[in-house]
Design a protein around this ligand. Structure first.
Ligand SMILES: [Zn+2]
Length: 406
C-alpha cells in the first residue's frame, strides 16, 4: 500500500513536471501593441532605436533592448499628426508631416534589416516574430495628412499603411473628436467617403479619439470590423476618450477589438488640477515637437516636466488602474475582443508601466485573474492579427494587399 502510494505520487509528480515542461516549451505568444507613438522619437537628432534609453532621461518608453526585455514583438507604429489650423497652409503642412513620418518609419526598417521588418499582413507579422525580429505595421493617428487629397490614402496603403485613426484631440476635416465640441455631428461627407475607401483598401479603421457620434457612424458604415487601438472603459473612468459598455458590446458584436490604453489621465477620474494643467500643457506641447529639439534640450524638458509634476502633485495612476480597464472590458466583451494598445511614447506617467520592459506584468496579472494562456495569446496579439486578416479579406479583391497568404 505504502509502495503503491509512493508509486502513485511519483506518477503524479512526473505528470505534473511533464505538464510544466509542456508549458515552458509552448510557443511564446506574439505580443503586439496596436498603438506605438515611437516614430516621434525617431525624428530626434541622434536618437537611436537600437540603444537603450530611460524614460526618466528622455521620456521614451520603447527601443529595441527594452522591446526584447519586455517580449514586445512589435505592433502598429503610428504616423501621428498634431491637429493644426484647417487652412490651405495647415493642410499642406499636415500632408508633408504625414509623408515625413511614414518615410521615417520605413527608414528605421531599412536601416536595421536584422532587427525590424515591415509587415503588410498578419502572416508577415507571424513570420517576422518567429524569426526574432520586431514587427513593424504602420498606422495613422489623425487623418489630417489626407485632408488636402484623400486620394492619397492609396499611396499610403501601397507604402504599408494598414490602420487609419480618423481623428485626434481636435475635430478635423473628416470627423468629430471625443475631446471637442460637435461640429459634423459625427463624420463629414469626406469622412464617410474615407471610411468606404479604407474598407476598399483593406485598411483597419480605428475609432480611438472619435466622438460617440463618429464611433456610431463608423460602425454603421464600415463593411469590415473596426478597432479602438488605444481606448479604455467609461465605466471605470469617465473620460470622453473611453467607451461605454453598450458601445464596447457593439464593437465586439461586429468582430471588432478594443486595445486598452494606458494614458494616465484616461485611466482614473481625478479631481481637477488646473494649476498642474496650466504648467504641464505647454511642456507637453513642446514634447510633441521633440523632433525639433537637441538631446540636451529634451533632457532639460524632461527635467522641467518632472519638476512641474512634483510642484503640482496629483493622485498617482498605477499599473492596477490600467488592469482595472483590462479586466472590466474583458468582462464585458470577452477575451476574443481585447488587445493591448498602451499608447507607449504617447504620454506615460503610469507607475509600474515606465516602459515596455514591464510588459510581462500584464500576462502575470491576467493569469492571476483566471484567464488562460490561450486567452493571453489572443489578448497579446492573436485577436489583432485576426482582425487585420478579416479586414483584408473583406476588401475589394483588386485592392487586397498582395503577397500575403490567408
Ligand atoms: Zn492617441
Amino acid at each position: 500500500m505504502q509502495r503503491l502510494r509512493h508509486g502513485l505520487t511519483l506518477t503524479l509528480l512526473l505528470a505534473a513536471s511533464a505538464q510544466a515542461d509542456d508549458r515552458s516549451t509552448a510557443p511564446r505568444p506574439i505580443l503586439l501593441d496596436s498603438h506605438l507613438d515611437t516614430p516621434m522619437h525617431l525624428a530626434r537628432p541622434g536618437w537611436d532605436i537600437t540603444a537603450r534609453h530611460r524614460y526618466a532621461d528622455d521620456l521614451s518608453q520603447v527601443d529595441l533592448p527594452r522591446m526584447r526585455e519586455g517580449g514586445l514583438d512589435g505592433g502598429f507604429w503610428a504616423i501621428f499628426t498634431p491637429q493644426g489650423p484647417r487652412t490651405d497652409e495647415g493642410r499642406t503642412l499636415a500632408s508633408e508631416h504625414g509623408l515625413a513620418v511614414l518615410t521615417r518609419i520605413r527608414d528605421m526598417v531599412a536601416s536595421h534589416p536584422n532587427d525590424f521588418e515591415l509587415a503588410l499582413c498578419a502572416n508577415d507579422a507571424r513570420r517576422i516574430a518567429a524569426a526574432g525580429k520586431r514587427v513593424v505595421l504602420i498606422s495613422m493617428e489623425n487623418a489630417e495628412p489626407l485632408a488636402a487629397d484623400p486620394g492619397r490614402l492609396l499611396t499610403y496603403q501601397r507604402l504599408g499603411l494598414r490602420m487609419l485613426g480618423l481623428v485626434h484631440a481636435a475635430n478635423n476635416s473628416f470627423a468629430d473628436s471625443a475631446t471637442a465640441l460637435p461640429e459634423w455631428h459625427g463624420l463629414s461627407a469626406a469622412g464617410r467617403a474615407l471610411v468606404g475607401e479604407a474598407n476598399r483598401l483593406g485598411i483597419v479603421l480605428d475609432v480611438s479619439h472619435a466622438s460617440d457620434a463618429t464611433f456610431d457612424q463608423v460602425l454603421a458604415l464600415s463593411r469590415a470590423p473596426v478597432i479602438a487601438s488605444h481606448s479604455g472603459s467609461r465605466v471605470v473612468a469617465a473620460s470622453p476618450r473611453n467607451l461605454d459598455d453598450a458601445r464596447l458590446r457593439r464593437l465586439a458584436a461586429q468582430g471588432g477589438l478594443v486595445a486598452i490604453n494606458s494614458f494616465a489621465s484616461d485611466l482614473i477620474t481625478r479631481r481637477p488640477n488646473p494649476m498642474r494643467d496650466k504648467a504641464l500643457g505647454p511642456l507637453y506641447r513642446q514634447f510633441r515637437n521633440a523632433a525639433a529639439l537637441s538631446p540636451a534640450q529634451v533632457a532639460e524638458l524632461a527635467g522641467r516636466i518632472r519638476a512641474a509634476q512634483a510642484l503640482y502633485p496629483q493622485q498617482p495612476v498605477t499599473f492596477e488602474d490600467f488592469i482595472n480597464h483590462v479586466l472590466h472590458v474583458l468582462a464585458v466583451v470577452g477575451p476574443q475582443h481585447v488587445g493591448i494598445g498602451a499608447d507607449w511614447d504617447g504620454g506615460g506617467g503610469v507607475e509600474g508601466m515606465d516602459d515596455v520592459s514591464q510588459l510581462p506584468r500584464i500576462r502575470q496579472r491576467l493569469l492571476a485573474a483566471g484567464y488562460s494562456e490561450t486567452d493571453v495569446a489572443d489578448i497579446y496579439g492573436g485577436n489583432l492579427l485576426r482582425l487585420v486578416e478579416a479586414v483584408q479579406r473583406s476588401a475589394a479583391a483588386q485592392d487586397r494587399p498582395s503577397g500575403c497568404a490567408h
